[in-house]
Design a binder for this molecule. Structure first.
Ligand code: 23J
Ligand code: MN
Length: 259
């Protein structure tokens, strides 16, 4: 066996044997899944998740059940593609159907901002917080994800989760630093969007979207279980649906963690 073949065989054996744990970072989609509420002056809003049966073991299909689903692309646990934003709109490989598949499995660095976010829902993660993480764990490698842990996923009430638009996120400088100085694969959060709730008033507006997608990189929103990941060492699997002309999609996000 080649070394790579051996690694691959060990990977599946280790997952089945539990030496590598699979942590599900995905929220369950329901009609009450919170969707970002943009102020009307900013733009149109996106429809929530809904589902109607095509058949349900009935006269429309006696032996089978299947459903029609409807939702905005940016609903629940979802992937933001570069083409979602004006700064990333011209990348030919920046849409959910054109992103190279090898970009969709990558290591994750988890920065714990849960205490700060509990104290201040408008908490902004600054470059200094990122550098403090690097002091302990080493420089964030290029093409790794940075996941901002806030414990926001523990807010199971949709109103508490959206919190009237007061939710934590990265500062302008932190978003620019991660995209341009660290060349990360993407930025992931537990909140409804990769930007802070108040980031529509920043300059540029929505800096996580602006800089990450401007650098042909990705976002993940409404993640959960970030408290079950180590600060460093997890690998996450993040393939969006392959929607031609799309801007992102709901997805299942899985983390592989040494057990
Ligand atoms: C459109 C405009 C602003 C934002 C968003 C979408 C998202 O959060 C999103 O899901 O990408 S902040
Ligand atoms: Mn989004």
């Amino acid at each position: 066996m080649t070394a790579a073949a051996e690694l691959l065989a060990n990977l599946s054996t280790s997952i089945q044997g539990g030496a590598i744990k699979v942590v599900d970072l995905t929220q369950t989609l329901t009609p009450t899944t919170p969707v970002i509420a943009l102020p009307p002056e900013v733009g149109a809003n996106s429809p929530p998740f809904s589902m109607i049966p095509v058949s349900n073991f009935d006269e429309k299909g006696p032996g089978w059940a299947w459903n029609e689903i409807r939702m905005g692309e940016h609903t629940g646990t979802h992937f933001d593609a570069p083409n979602h934003w004006h700064t990333g709109r011209t990348y030919p490989d920046g849409g959910p159907a054109t992103i190279p598949a090898d970009q969709l499995i990558a290591p994750a660095c988890v920065i714990d901002c849960s205490d700060e976010s509990a104290e201040n829902p408008d908490f902004l993660m600054e470059v200094e917080h990122i550098k403090a993480w690097e002091e302990k764990h080493g420089k964030i490698p290029a093409k790794s994800w940075v996941l901002m842990r806030t414990d926001w996923s523990k807010r199971t009430d949709p109103d508490a989760f959206l919190n009237g638009g007061h939710t934590p996120g990265p500062s302008i400088e932190a978003a620019k630093f991660l995209a341009e100085e660290r060349d990360v694969m993407g930025f992931g959060v537990e909140t409804v969007g990769t930007d802070a709730g108040m980031a529509g008033m920043f300059d540029p507006p929505f800096p996580a979207h602006h800089f990450m997608h401007g650098n042909n990189r990705y976002g993940l929103a409404s993640l959960t279980n970030l408290d079950k990941l180590p600060p460093k060492g997890a690998v996450i699997i993040t393939p969006p649906l392959k929607i031609a002309g799309g801007s992102g999609s709901p997805l299942r996000v899985l983390a592989l963690v040494a057990g």
